[in-house]
Design a protein. Structure first.
Length: 132
């Protein structure tokens, strides 16, 4: 699994959760608006895993993970004011921020054998915000 994010920090920890649960994972800093960074991410993926394939018939699944706001230091700092947190929580049907482990669990499931029939899917772990 490759975690690509323009802002290193907490997202760099996601592969650690995945590896701890027995799956492979790396983090590659990538701003998808910059073609050179996307190319570097693809090259790092090929270097790490020996290739990049998108062939569902060969068992290669391609999915996307769209995490919602999670309780990580940069987010908490931006929402440390109780009024700001209340405004944010009101926008999320579950009424709270996600926990990093909840996001990691969704990523782990999506990349596990339990999701072996899932491909071409975008999974939102966002407390229902996208559906609201």
């Amino acid at each position: 699994m490759v975690i690509a994010d323009a802002q290193p920090g907490e997202s760099e920890k996601t592969p650690q959760y995945v590896r701890k649960a027995g799956g492979p994972g790396i983090f590659v800093r990538t701003d998808v608006t910059k073609s050179a960074e996307v190319e570097a991410m693809v090259l790092k993926t090929i270097e790490t895993y020996g290739g990049l394939d998108c062939d569902a018939q060969s068992g290669i699944r391609v999915n996307a993970m769209c995490p919602g706001m999670a309780r990580i230091p940069p987010v908490e700092k931006g929402l440390e004011d109780a009024a700001k947190m209340a405004v944010w929580n009101a926008k999320v049907p579950m009424g709270r921020l996600g926990e990093p482990g909840e996001i990691a669990a969704a990523v782990l499931w999506l990349s596990s054998d339990a999701a072996s029939f899932v491909t071409g899917h975008t999974l939102a772990a966002d407390g229902g915000r996208m559906a609201a």
